[in-house]
Ligand binder design. Structure first.
Ligand code: PMP
Length: 381
């Protein structure tokens, strides 16, 4: 039986051919790290690393490539942000739709005297902008919001959130794990101080690498969270202040850098417009098909507006885990069931603690695959 991969919210699959090609090229023919040596192959590694930073800066409208911090992934970048920005006595605001990549570090920080509030969201997962304003306090130091929900695909009005944060002069950080590579994101238009993206989801790169893009004045206030060798200023035992070295200790994920650069080359060739059009068409098709099926409830936005191709379905009173198992066993359809590392989002959407079955599409998902999913849903509902 042919398998149908509909778990792109977890990680995108398949990857563009360039990803494996460039990773293999690095491992077999380059093999050197950056900043440590000066021979030709180390220069080549440095050039590709710079190329990647420039590509990311261009894609997200960040002026300085030195403020594109390469991290071991989104979770890492978000921890860098929360641990680096918040001190005892500080207050942080998040949405009620956050992923545990934000909530777990934040819950941990409450043990160190940091407090937080959640912005109320409606039944579709959209933040209440008035509530955000009412949560602003004297000691609020940071607002962090998941741009797109990993549970139901709802996309927040980041521009309005940014305007409010800027009015109160509070740094605004967007967790774009579910929107980068799916919809346009412009750093200055959204009034961001920080933007966190993983390589391995919509940006089609490998796992184990991500980026935290920083506004220069915000970067100056952020304390480094990890310290170590950078290959620069080796005469000193303290972390250098300059960017990006201030936030990039240790040998970087070089195969990841090459692979991600290849993925972004591919993304540039295809163009975000075409990706968006394709994903929107899949969403329309899926929503139309679902409308005629009884016995299954769609959670989140019921239209193609303000959403990505991430759909949560509730098959209760059937057991959602049993449905997900049958989807694989009988139809070869790969989905994810449960709470998707976002208990607060499920509480908002009314699907806690039972969870949902999540179908998530990407650039390589075809209309035929969505059709097969609809047929299976109809038979299982
Ligand atoms: N935020 C959101 C909204 C996510 O969906 C995810 C991944 N599921 C993350 C953060 C963390 O990303 P990673 O696991 O790649 O570090």
């Amino acid at each position: 039986m042919e398998q149908i991969y509909l778990d792109n919210a977890a990680t995108s699959y398949p990857k563009p051919a360039q990803v494996a090609e460039q990773m293999a090229q690095y491992i077999t023919q380059v093999g050197a790290t950056i900043n440590r040596s000066v021979y030709g192959r180390a220069q080549q590694a440095a050039e590709i690393t710079l190329e990647l930073r420039i590509r990311l800066a261009k894609l997200f409208g960040v002026q300085s490539a030195t403020h594109v911090i390469l991290t071991p992934g989104s979770t890492w970048g978000l921890n860098m942000l929360l641990f680096g920005a918040l001190k005892p006595g500080d207050h942080c605001i998040v949405s009620a739709m956050e992923h545990n990549a934000v909530m777990r570090p934040l819950q941990h920080l409450t043990k160190k005297g940091i407090t937080f509030d959640r912005i109320r969201c409606d039944v579709y997962g959209r933040v209440d902008l008035h509530h955000l304003e009412s949560l602003m306090k004297q000691n609020t130091r940071l607002v962090v919001v998941a741009h797109g929900s990993n549970v139901c695909g709802t996309v927040q009005d980041a521009k309005s959130i940014g305007e409010i944060c800027n009015r109160y002069e509070i740094p605004f950080c967007l967790d774009a794990a579910q929107t980068a590579g799916h919809i346009p994101i412009d750093f200055s238009e959204l009034g961001l101080s920080a933007l966190s993206v993983p390589a391995h989801k919509g940006l089609m790169g490998p796992q184990g690498i991500g980026a935290l893009l920083l506004k220069p004045d915000f970067a100056k206030t952020l304390e480094p969270w990890v310290h170590g060798g950078t290959g620069s200023a080796s005469h000193e035992e303290v972390t250098p202040n300059y960017m990006p070295d201030r936030f990039e200790p240790g040998t970087p994920n070089m195969p990841g850098i090459f692979g991600w650069n290849g993925a972004l080359q591919y993304l540039e060739e295809v163009g975000l417009e075409q990706i968006m059009a394709h994903e929107k068409e899949l969403c329309e098709y899926f929503l139309q098909g679902l409308a005629g099926i009884k016995g299954v409830k769609l959670v989140g936005m019921p239209t193609t507006e303000q959403r990505t191709g991430v759909f949560s379905l509730d098959f209760s009173p059937k057991d959602n885990a049993e449905v997900a198992w049958q989807l694989e066993d009988r139809y070869g359809i790969l989905t994810r069931c449960g709470l998707h590392c976002a208990p607060s989002a499920h509480k908002t959407l009314g699907t806690f603690p039972n969870g949902t079955v999540r179908f998530s599409f990407g650039w390589f998902t075809t209309k035929e695959q969505v059709q097969a999913a609809l047929k299976a849903i109809r038979e299982l509902a």
